[in-house]
Structure formats: C-alpha cells, structure tokens
Design a binder for this molecule. Structure first.
Ligand SMILES: Cc1ncc(C[n+]2csc(CCOP(=O)(O)OP(=O)(O)O)c2C)c(N)n1
Ligand code: SF4
Length: 283
C-alpha cells in the first residue's frame, strides 16, 4: 500500500505559534516523502537550533535536533556513513547564514547527497526576534533599536556561487509548489538546497515581504544548467522568482568515498591493515 503523508508524522504535537510558516514546510516535506513513497525508517531528519529546528521532532523518521549551525556537517557525516538513507537537513536563516554559514560551502564542495531546507523568516524566531543576516536594513529589533544597518545576505545567489549542484527557492505561501520543489530536491543526486521564504508571525517585521512582493515561478524554459542566468534571476526583487534555479550532475561525496575505498582495498590486496601498522606510519 502506498504511503500517506500522515505516515511521516510523529506523535509529538507541534508547539509553533499559530500561523507559523514552519507548519507549511512540515506539510510540504511530509507530502513529498509520501509522494516518493520512501519508507520512514530510511529517512533521517537533522535540524539546527531555532523554531525551525523543531521540525525534526515532528517527523516520524530517524531524527536529530543538533546544535546551532551544525546541522549540515552532521547530515554530511550521516550520509557518508549510510549512503542508503535519505538525509534531510533543516535550519533557519540564523542557523544557516549566521553561525553555521561557514559549513555550507564545504558541504557544497563535497556534494554529499543531502537535501538542505533553509527556512528564512528573516529573524531569530526562537530567541525572540533579534535581527538575522536576512533582516532588512532599517528594521528595529531587540538587537537593533535604531534600525538594522548591515546589508542583508542573499541566500540563493550565495549558494549558486558555492556551486551547490541544486539550488531552489520556494515559499510557504504556496505549499503545492514547495512540495514539488522539495520532491525534486530529494530526487536530485548531490547536495540540494531549498531556500524557503516565510514569515515569523510573532516577531513581525515592518517590511512585510508578502505585502510588497510578487512571487513568480521561473519560466518553464529556464535552463537549469545556466549558472549566470540563474544568478541574474536569483537577484531579481521585482518579481521574486521561485523554482529550481540551478541543477547539474556531478560525482557525489559517497561515490568519491566508495572509489577511495576501492583504491585502498586494491592497494592492500583486500587485507585489513592492522591498527599498529597504521599508527607506526605516523611516527
Ligand atoms: C552556539 C549558540 N549560539 C546561540 C544560540 C542561541 N540561539 C538559539 S536559536 C538562535 C537563532 C534562531 O534563529 P534562526 O536560525 O533564524 O531560526 P528560527 O528560530 O527563526 O527558526 C540562537 C541565536 C545557541 N543555541 N547556540
Ligand atoms: S516565534 Fe516565529 S518562527 Fe517561532 S514558532 Fe512563533 S511564528 Fe514561528
């Protein structure tokens, strides 16, 4: 019997505020997994710290709610050890563009076959609404009483520049589109990153992206292999484009590790090297 999205729901009731965009992400992810009919026991959900980080609790999968900004390297390690599993990673804009920002280019270089969902609500939600790397200039928050003076980071162009092999943008305003994007991201072999624009209901910004923005799906003819076209479209603010900006195939971390393992086996004629000999080689 085909799986349904409720098969991916854990027994834990979400504690997000009413109307939080994280509910839409959870729904889209569970529907995507059901559509792909992936056994829940073959899925691992790793999350960072933040309201978004709670998502892993609500998934009926193997789950790890890790430390702030460290979800992606943890997910890479899980995938390296268990290439047979589907590994999902979730975090907020503070988690993935602030404290954890340095991990993403290296995960992209490795091209581990993981899916990273960056939920961008443009504030630190869990810690009560401080400015994040995507809070617009001029916004007053608890850490910027006279207005944010830094420029914002643009997630999609950054990830394109990192050469991640799949880069997309979705919004929680359109769960069906988000489900399609997440499905393509999970199907992609290599690191897939989906930047999800949403809003924090409780710590609202004056600049409501939703009121002033037209979200427009990328044209069906958009060439996903054209990085420069992707960059130009990703920087557009009128409209803000959604969909898959970039997708290319290249070897994954797991394939490269397996190739190394085969080389090592052939160098040692398949015999395990005693630990003592390994240690001696460092003297
Ligand atoms: C090393 C470390 N620094 C700071 C914190 C405090 N902290 C917890 S969540 C968070 C920010 C959460 O914001 P974001 O990642 O955007 O997620 P959201 O809550 O908005 O989903 C911070 C600063 C922490 N847990 N660990
Ligand atoms: S504080 Fe904001 S991000 Fe956190 S659960 Fe509430 S609405 Fe969602």
């Amino acid at each position: 019997m085909k799986r349904r999205s409720r098969d991916y729901k854990s027994a834990i009731k979400p504690v997000w505020c009413a109307g939080c965009g994280d509910y839409a992400v959870l729904t889209a992810v569970q529907r995507s997994l059901a559509g792909l009919d992936i056994p829940p026991e073959n899925v691992v959900t790793v999350s960072g710290i933040g309201c978004s980080g709670r998502l892993s609790h609500y998934m009926n999968t193997y789950s790890l709610h890790g430390t702030h900004g460290r979800a992606v390297p943890t997910a890479v390690g899980i995938k390296a050890a268990r290439p047979d599993l589907t590994v999902l990673t979730v975090g907020g804009d503070g988690d993935g563009l602030g404290i954890g920002g340095g991990h993403i280019p290296h995960a992209a270089r490795k091209n581990a076959d993981i899916t990273y969902l960056l939920i961008d609500n443009r504030v630190y939600g869990l810690t009560k609404g401080q400015a994040s790397p995507t809070t617009p200039p001029g916004e007053t928050t608890k850490t910027s009483p006279y207005g944010v003076y830094e420029d914002t980071l643009s997630a999609v162009p950054i990830f394109l520049a990192y050469d991640a092999s799949f880069v997309a943008r979705g919004t929680t305003a359109d769960i069906t589109e988000l489900q399609d994007i997440v499905t393509s991201a999970i199907r992609h072999r290599g690191m897939s990153i989906v930047c999800i624009l949403t809003m924090c209901r409780t710590f609202k910004l004056r600049d409501s992206l939703w009121d002033r923005t037209t979200f427009t799906p990328l044209a069906p003819g958009h060439d996903r292999r054209d990085k420069l076209a992707a960059l130009e479209l990703a920087y557009s603010t009128e409209p803000v484009y959604t969909g898959v900006f970039y997708q290319v195939n290249k070897p994954t971390l797991e394939e490269r590790l397996q190739a190394d393992t085969r080389k090592a086996e052939s160098d040692t004629d398949g015999r395990p090297t005693p630990v003592e000999d390994l240690l001696k080689s460092f003297i």
